[in-house]
Write a protein that binds this ligand. Structure first.
Ligand SMILES: O=P(O)(O)OC[C@H]1O[C@H](O[C@H]2O[C@H](CO)[C@@H](O)[C@H](O)[C@H]2O)[C@H](O)[C@@H](O)[C@@H]1O
Ligand SMILES: O=c1ccn([C@@H]2O[C@H](COP(=O)(O)OP(=O)(O)O)[C@@H](O)[C@H]2O)c(=O)[nH]1
Length: 515
C-alpha cells in the first residue's frame, strides 16, 4: 500500500485547464488483476477507454471491507493510469452502498417508490462516505486536474470537495434515470441532494427527458431556474445540465463478435440449439430489468404458438447475480428462479428446455458471439438509464443475416435505437406479439432496421461520448460564453460574479448532520 500523502501536494493554485490530468471517480474501479476477470457493470465496461489518452487517476471503492485504521488509498499504476482505491468498513458498505445508494436512490430513480427504504442511518452513512472519499481525493489533486465523477453513489462528492477548497473543474454523470419532481422529491434529504448538484460545473444525464426532469426539480422546488438553454442557475451558482447518451465502441464490438464465432462456448451453444433460433436476454439480476415480465411474455409467446415454438425456438437468459445483500435483490432472485421453473415445467419437454437460465458472468467476447448467434435480442427493462446490452446486441449482428432487437420504451437506448421493435414491457401480450414478429421478420426488413441502428451507433460512439463529456467538463466549449453573464463555475451574488471562488455555502441541513 502507498501513502498518497507523500506523492501529491494539496490543492492551492489557480486552475489551468490545458494540460491537466483526468481524474475519474466511480464506485466500482476496474483495477487490473492477474486473472483479468470480466466486469458485469455497464459503468466499468463503458469507461475502459476514457482514461487512456489523457492519463490520470481512476479513484473509488476497492469493493472490499476493512478495519477503520487501514483505509488510505492503495495505488496501482499501469502506463499513464493510476488506479487508487480505498476499502470501506462493513458499516460504510451497509449504509452507503447497500443502504442509501441501492435502497433509496436506485429504486426512486427507477420509479419504484414502493421499494424505497428511507433510513436516517443510511443517509448519514452516505454523506459520511462521500466526505471520506472527498478528503482522500483532495490530497491527490493538482490544480489543473479535471475531475469527472460518476453516478448516484457520489452525488455530494463535489460539494465536499468545494468545502475542502478544491477549485478544479468538476463534472458529474448520472448513469441511471432521473425521475420527474413528484417522484424525485421522495428522496430522503431531497433538498440537500439537489443542492449538491450545484457544486458541479457540468451535470450530465443519459437522455433529454432525464435532464428536463432534473431542471424541473430545481424549478419546482424553488431552488433555481433554467437559463441560456442547457444551463441552470441554482443555489447561487450557474452550471450546465445536459444529455450525453452513453454508448459503446460499435466497430470494436462487431469485430469481437466476428472473432467470437470461433469461441468454444459459442460453438457449444450453437451445437446445442439443434437448428432452433435463439432468443437472448442479458441483464444483471435487478428488478429494474423486467426479467419476470419478460419470462411471462416468452411464456405467452410459447403458448400462443406451441408447436412452431417448440420446433424452432430456445431462449437463453444470462443473468449474473447483483447486490444480493439487498433484500429486494434476494427476493427478485427467488422470484425469477421460480418463474423459470414454472415455465420450463409447464411448457418444456423431455428433449427441449424452452428457457435456459444462467447466473454466471460471461466475458464480453462470449457475449458478443452469443448475441450474434441470437435471432432476437430481448431487452425489456421496466426502467433503465441507457442499457448497453441493447447497443451491444445491435453491434454484434452479421450484416448478411442480422437479428431483431425487441426493446423497452423505458430504456434510455430506445430514444436512439428507433428501428428496434419498441414494446411496453408491462404489456405481456404485446411483448409476446413482438417476439413472434421478430422471429418471423423477413431478411430485408431485418437488414433495413439493423442498418439504421448501426448507423446511429457509429455516429455516437463511446469515444464521442467521452469527448463530448470531457469537452463540457473541462470548459473548452465555454469560450463562446466568456462574454455571457454567468459562465460555469461562477458564484452569483447580488449581481457580482466571482469566477472559480471556493464553494463554501453549506445549507443548514449539512451542519445539522455534523458535516
Ligand atoms: O456496481 P453495481 O452495484 O454492481 O451495479 C452495476 C452498474 O449498474 C448501473 O449501470 C448503469 O450504467 C450503465 C452505463 O451508463 C447504463 O447503461 C445502465 O442503464 C445503468 O443501469 C450503475 O449505474 C453503475 O454505477 C453500476 O456500476
Ligand atoms: O455476464 C455478463 C453480463 C453483462 N455484461 C456486461 O455488462 C454491461 C451491462 O450494462 P447495461 O448498461 O446493459 O446495464 P447495467 O448492468 O449497467 O445496469 C454490458 O456491457 C454487458 O456486456 C458482461 O460483461 N457479462
Amino acid at each position: 500500500m502507498v501513502n498518497l500523502d507523500l506523492l501529491y501536494k494539496p490543492v492551492s493554485l489557480k486552475p489551468d485547464r490545458s494540460n491537466g490530468r483526468l481524474i475519474v471517480v466511480s464506485n466500482r474501479v476496474p483495477v487490473p488483476t492477474a486473472s483479468g476477470a470480466p466486469a458485469a457493470g455497464g459503468l466499468a465496461v463503458a469507461l475502459q477507454s476514457a482514461l487512456r489518452s489523457k492519463g490520470g487517476i481512476w479513484f473509488g471503492w476497492s469493493g472490499k471491507a476493512s478495519q477503520e485504521a487501514d483505509r488510505e488509498p492503495q495505488l496501482r499504476t499501469l502506463g499513464s493510469i493510476s488506479f487508487a482505491v480505498c476499502d470501506l468498513t462493513r458499516r460504510d458498505i451497509e449504509e452507503y452502498y447497500h443502504g442509501f445508494a441501492n435502497q433509496a436512490l436506485w429504486p426512486i430513480c427507477h420509479y419504484r417508490l414502493d421499494l424505497a427504504r428511507l433510513s436516517e442511518r443510511d443517509a448519514a452513512g452516505y454523506f459520511r462516505v462521500n466526505e471520506f472519499f472527498a478528503r482522500r481525493l483532495a490530497k491527490m489533486l493538482r490544480p489543473d486536474d479535471v475531475i469527472w465523477i460518476h453516478d448516484y453513489h457520489f452525488i455530494p462528492m463535489a460539494a465536499f470537495l468545494r468545502q475542502l477548497g478544491v477549485q478544479n473543474r468538476i463534472g458529474y454523470f448520472h448513469h441511471i434515470p432521473w425521475p420527474s419532481p413528484d417522484t424525485a422529491s421522495a428522496m430522503p434529504h431531497y433538498d440537500r441532494i439537489l443542492r449538491s448538484f450545484s457544486s458541479y460545473d457540468v451535470v450530465g444525464f443519459q437522455t433529454e427527458p432525464d435532464a428536463d426532469n432534473f431542471r424541473d426539480c430545481l424549478i419546482e422546488s424553488g431552488a433555481g431556474r433554467a437559463v441560456d438553454g442547457n444551463w441552470c442557475e441554482a443555489y447561487g451558482r450557474k452550471f450546465q445540465v445536459d444529455a450525453f447518451p452513453i454508448s459503446i465502441d460499435a466497430e470494436a464490438f462487431a469485430l469481437e463478435a466476428r472473432l467470437a464465432e470461433r469461441n468454444t462456448l459459442v460453438k457449444r451453444m450453437r451445437a446445442s440449439l439443434e437448428g432452433r433460433a435463439m432468443i437472448i436476454g442479458v441483464d444483471r439480476l435487478d428488478y429494474s430489468k423486467g426479467i419476470k415480465h419478460r419470462i411471462e411474455a416468452f411464456g405467452a409467446f410459447l403458448e400462443r404458438y406451441p408447436e412452431a415454438a417448440k420446433a424452432r425456438v430456445t431462449m437463453l437468459q444470462i443473468t449474473p447475480k447483483s447486490r444480493s445483500e439487498v433484500p429486494e435483490y434476494a427476493n427478485i432472485q427467488n422470484e425469477v428462479a421460480e418463474e423459470v421453473g414454472h415455465l420450463n415445467g409447464k411448457l418444456g419437454d423431455i428433449d427441449w428446455t424452452p428457457l435456459r437460465y444462467i447466473n454466471k458472468t460471461m466475458s464480453q467476447s462470449a457475449l458478443a458471439g452469443l448475441y450474434r448467434m441470437a435471432r432476437v435480442g430481448l431487452v425489456t427493462p421496466l426502467r433503465d438509464g441507457m442499457n448497453l446490452v441493447a447497443k451491444e446486441y445491435v453491434a454484434a449482428q452479421s450484416p448478411d443475416d442480422p437479428g431483431v432487437l425487441v426493446l423497452s420504451q423505458f430504456a434510455g437506448a430506445a430514444r436512439e435505437l428507433k428501428s428496434a421493435l419498441i414494446v411496453n414491457p408491462y404489456d405481456i401480450g404485446a411483448t409476446a406479439a413482438a417476439i413472434a414478429r421478430a422471429i418471423e421478420m423477413p431478411l430485408e426488413e431485418r437488414q433495413d432496421r439493423w442498418r439504421d441502428m448501426m448507423a446511429t451507433l457509429r455516429d455516437n460512439s463511446i469515444d464521442h461520448w467521452t469527448a463530448n463529456c470531457l469537452q463540457a467538463i473541462s470548459g473548452e466549449s465555454e469560450a463562446d460564453l466568456e462574454g455571457s453573464l454567468h459562465p460555469a463555475g461562477s458564484i452569483i451574488r447580488s449581481g457580482a460574479i466571482a469566477k472559480s471562488e471556493p464553494w463554501l455555502a453549506p445549507s443548514p441541513i449539512w451542519t445539522s448532520l455534523g458535516y
